[in-house]
Design a protein around this ligand. Structure first.
Ligand code: HEM
Length: 492
């Protein structure tokens, strides 16, 4: 009997070893299913299921390209394969190929989020809304978004509103011993954007929206394992609370007469519900959630990094301050609102913003899904259909071929850079059809923030500012700033 059990154990062990070996071989050497001799890009698939995910999320403590990408570019070249959170991925840091892929939306590729992202963004009902909603739906969403955040409304309405909002925010910051600016700036931009979207008022809201978004972001880079106790599970619960709040508000507006929110983003969508079939309740809830998400972690990272970089580069801070003081000096009434022409005259401010965007790499990689096999010109290999493609714009931002001494904060470099170098290598807001619809809004917000800050406040860094990239930029202990009002008044 014991001999039989022994034999069975050995057979079981052998079976496990063989299947493990077979899985490893198959996993690490994926092949095309056809006989056309197509070759995959070089690279490694790591371990079954987890692939090389852990290497990617190990934090690095510099503004440089994440070591995961950097070491693999050195080993395999600018286009290589890997596996992340259960998906086969091709990573590209090749300028020509990146630009080509971004222009192939809807033809060779479609927008894609890794499973953690897609599950968090997925519609709960009829699954009609996907982030890659094609054609007409995307066109509608982009156009309604731009009518509430685009250049025209920024010029005619939002510029002044942003200035007032920033003034109030900075005034409240100046009444505190110190402020952790990354967190506080996220709240500022989210609250202002939510005001445009559904007339959100932080003081009357049932819960702190920015706190919920903060927790959702924490869970996003986690493994998509929906088991109580995991970061992903908590993230899903917080997302549910936010979407329930949006859903309640939507129902309330549909059932009761309009008041106090006429003309906001949500109001316009509700009035379009009769015309556009895809505007279901679930679609609208996910859209509002997604737009708020886009506002939360982007501008605030640039605000926080700018504080850190300017505190390390007094000459840049001096030139930036001088530019804003000169705007006041040229005015008849120092207390009047910023004008669009004044905003457009902020040359050095734009250089500081560009340089901070370049070093900050808010979106280190853009994700697409291959709709069919995509041959990579001049390289001899092919990306299989259904694989994820990560377009690593950050690799170009940190390339010495385009930006001399790329790790240096040098806002003056933008004076001399040729337009074709910028177009090809500087894409902080992405490119093609999916290019960031909030790009101008972000620039206006940042420029106005600098204007109010530098003309009305003095600031000193108290502590923090240490970089932690995983691969999204963060600051280990935040950045703590003390603000002092130069005039002790809030002007507007
Ligand atoms: C520093 C600030 C920001 C950066 C660096 C940034 C970056 C990006 C990037 C790279 C994309 C393209 C994603 C892709 O192709 O996969 C994108 C798309 C988008 N962003 Fe931003 N973003 C910023 C701020 C904002 C803000 C504040 C908003 C909203 C108010 C916003 C709204 C959007 C929207 C709606 C899209 C999707 C556009 C489309 O699919 O047509 N962004 N952003």
């Amino acid at each position: 009997m014991s001999t039989l059990i022994g034999i069975m154990c050995i057979v079981a062990l052998l079976a496990i070893c063989i299947s493990h070996y077979w899985i490893m071989i198959r996993w690490r050497n994926p092949k095309f299913n056809n006989k056309n001799k197509k070759i995959l890009p070089p690279g490694s698939m790591g371990w079954p299921f987890i692939g090389e995910t852990l290497h990617l999320i190990i934090p690095s403590y510099s503004l440089d390209l994440h070591p995961f990408i950097k070491t693999r570019i050195l080993r395999y070249g600018t286009i290589f394969r890997t596996s992340l959170v259960g998906r086969p991925v091709v990573i590209s840091a090749d300028p020509e190929f990146n630009n080509y892929i971004l222009l192939q939306e809807g033809k060779l590729v479609e927008l894609y989020y890794l499973d953690t992202f897609s599950n968090i963004f997925k519609q709960t009902g009829d699954d009609q809304f996907r982030p890659n909603a094609a054609g007409l739906v995307h066109k509608y969403v982009r156009s309604i978004f731009l009518s509430h955040f685009g250049a025209e409304i920024l010029k005619t309405k939002l510029l002044n509103q942003i200035e007032e909002f920033v003034e109030r925010t900075l005034f409240s910051w100046s009444n505190q011993a110190s402020v952790e600016v990354k967190r506080a700036a996220s709240e500022m931009v989210l609250n202002f954007s939510a005001k445009q979207i559904f007339s959100y008022d932080a003081e009357k809201a049932p819960f702190d929206l920015s706190e919920k978004y903060m927790k959702i972001i924490d869970g996003l880079m986690s493994f998509p394992l929906n088991v109580p106790g995991t970061a992903y599970h908590k993230c899903s619960k917080d997302k549910e609370k936010v979407t329930n709040m949006i859903r309640d508000m939507l129902k309330h507006r549909q059932n009761s007469p309009r008041k106090g929110h006429e003309g906001d983003f949500l109001d316009q969508i509700i009035s379009d519900m009769d015309k556009e079939e895809f505007l279901t309740e679930d679609f609208i809830v996910q859209l509002v959630f997604g737009v708020l998400f886009a506002t939360f972690e982007s501008v605030s990272v640039i605000v926080a990094l700018a504080f850190q970089l300017l505190s390390e580069h007094p000459s840049a801070l001096q030139e930036l301050t001088a530019e804003h003081e000169a705007i006041l000096e040229k005015r008849e009434n120092t207390n009047s609102f910023l004008t669009w022409d004044e905003y457009k005259s902020m040359t050095f401010t734009l250089q500081v913003i560009n340089e901070t965007l370049r070093l900050g790499n808010v979106a280190p990689g853009l994700l697409r899904r291959a709709l069919k096999d995509i041959p990579v010109k001049g390289k001899g290999f092919t990306i299989p259909a259904d694989w994820t493609i990560m377009v690593v714009t950050s690799a170009l931002h940190m390339s010495p071929n385009a930006f001399e001494d790329p790790l240096a904060f040098n806002p003056w470099r933008w004076k001399d850079l040729e337009q074709h170098v910028i177009t090809k290598n500087f894409t902080p807001f992405g490119g093609g059809m999916r290019q960031c619809a909030g790009a101008e809004y972000s620039r206006v917000f940042l420029s106005t923030f600098f204007h109010v800050l530098l003309t009305k406040y003095r600031w000193t860094k108290i502590k923090g500012g240490e970089i932690a990239r995983s691969p999204i930029l963060g600051f280990g202990k935040g950045i703590h700033i003390k603000f002092t009002n130069k005039h002790k008044i809030m002007v507007h």
